[in-house]
Design a protein around this ligand. Sequence first.
Ligand code: HEM
Length: 593
Amino acid sequence: MLKSSLFCAVSSAGLEEFILFEAVQSRTKSENATEGWETELEVETVAEATFQQGANGEHEYSGSDQFFEQLNGTLQSLFDSSAVAASPLMAFILLGLAAILAVCILVHPLKAWWLNYNMKSAVDPDSKLNHLPIPPGSFGLPFIGETLAWITQGPKFNSNRRKKYGNVFTTNAISLPIVKVSGHEYVKEILTGEHDKVTTIWPYTVRTILGSHGIVNSIGDIHKYKRKVAFKAFTRAALNDYVPIMRNHATRIVRQMQESDQPLVYPNMLRLTFDVAVNALLGLEISDQVELDMLFKTFHQLVSNVFCLPYNVPGFGFNKGMKARNQLLDLLQIHIEAKKLKKLREESNLDNNNTKSDADNEFELGDLEIKEIAIELMFAGYYTSASALTSAILELARHPDVFSKLENELLQHGILREDSSDEEHMPELNLQNIHKLTYLDQVLKETLRIRPPVLGAYRRAKKTFQIGDYRIPKGWTVIYNIRDTHELEFEHMTEFDPEHFAPDANDKKFRFIPFGGGPRVCIGQEYARIIMKVSLIEMIRCNSSWKLANKTLPKMVAIPTLHPKDGLPVHLQPRKTVGVVTSRSEPVATDSS
Ligand code: HEM
């Protein structure tokens, strides 16, 4: 019964896809659990049966067999003709046909083997949950799984599969069985299950380039301790100190942008968030522009090669990323020795302020830990913030009504004034008056909802556990989807409307998760919100409007964080006096897709 349902599923799925899990599911629902996929042995037997039936050519494969017989006959007659055999073109055709034939013969056994291979990994002899089905989905093609579809389809990969299988589905990429999870109830399970059901697992290249001594690659108590240390850089007092630093850099970058006819937003926002992070978070005051530029280049080399093929061979991304890592470690060591890496250095010494608990005494942060945390904060911090800022600038250009409302809010709170583009008469900015800007907050939340810089994150199942009606097998990779969760939880995903976050809007937990949640929630989220707010205020204070230089929306690239492929060229309209809202009746860019 079990064998036939699986076999039917495999054979009827055709060459494109196995939709086996639906068959497994319906079988599991209708049959006694003890007849299910309980032991490895049973899985092997099923696979063997599948192979045997394929080899014996029973009715499920009969269509293919007829085709093979016909092909065989055709080839035979071709070989019999000596005139044809002599032709190089015909030899080429024959070789092609032979190759197709080989693929046709191998495809079914290969697929059956692949299915067996994946299903074997789903069995956990220590679990009592083996009676539950694994989430529906497809393991794709042998070895590569659904990697190609994932790469080529972009967001459609998830949305198509969600439509077909639901909000928890199985896939396979580069030979790893993966469960993708969207929607607040499932995402909550994953995020709050950290340390118990799941643990973080970044791709090998990320783990190696960032190192194992930072926060993101630590687990358990040491993870909590390192977060505690790093969190000292994000206290309210620390954030308040950063505001003037953020503002100075934002004004400088916006003024630089104004000097260009068609500045590119994204590279400028990257530079802005980078300079602030070096200055504020690392506490480095690098006055030598050449040194700062070199640091920027090296970080860029590190971040842009963090997600790559795992070959540490010259010319490959991984090798470039490792070189950048080593250069940064050397450079940061110089600053540590000169005691310039103030913040993290001081704060790793928690006994300074007697907040060190007994548990903390077990851990000491050495130079390597401090350097890796520094690299990690930079890695996690400046690309993400630049991505969100770029998206906000893009959306404000497309929505003049939102721009005007924001401008009014700044006017009402005295942050925009008659002489507001004059640096000498800038009204003071601090955490207190920034927090009063509720509409600005709504605009940024809506930006993070519609264009989350990070689309999702990885976990590994520490044990077999249940999610909804399904079982997630121990050792499998789980990805919680941020963008898809936003799409599910908010109507009109693609419509930019800050009213989604109006003060009276329903605030269901885990619906809006641009910063993740649970024990691994983004440590820099408050910092990110402040830098985005300060920078946007400066953009509006210095410019009465901006327009997108291109008529169509840019193509977006997801790695390392979401950003426009063309860098987002804009035309800025520098502000002379407040209230002069320049014509915004020009056509607004429309979606190119
Ligand atoms: C708009 C800006 C940002 C976004 C959208 C963002 C997003 C995220 C997300 C989704 C996670 C959770 C990843 C997971 O579940 O594994 C995360 C973690 C993290 N973020 Fe952010 N982030 C932003 C800015 C920052 C900044 C500015 C910093 C530091 C300067 C930072 C440092 C970190 C760190 C260290 C973690 C790892 C936390 C852990 O593993 O315990 N992020 N961030």
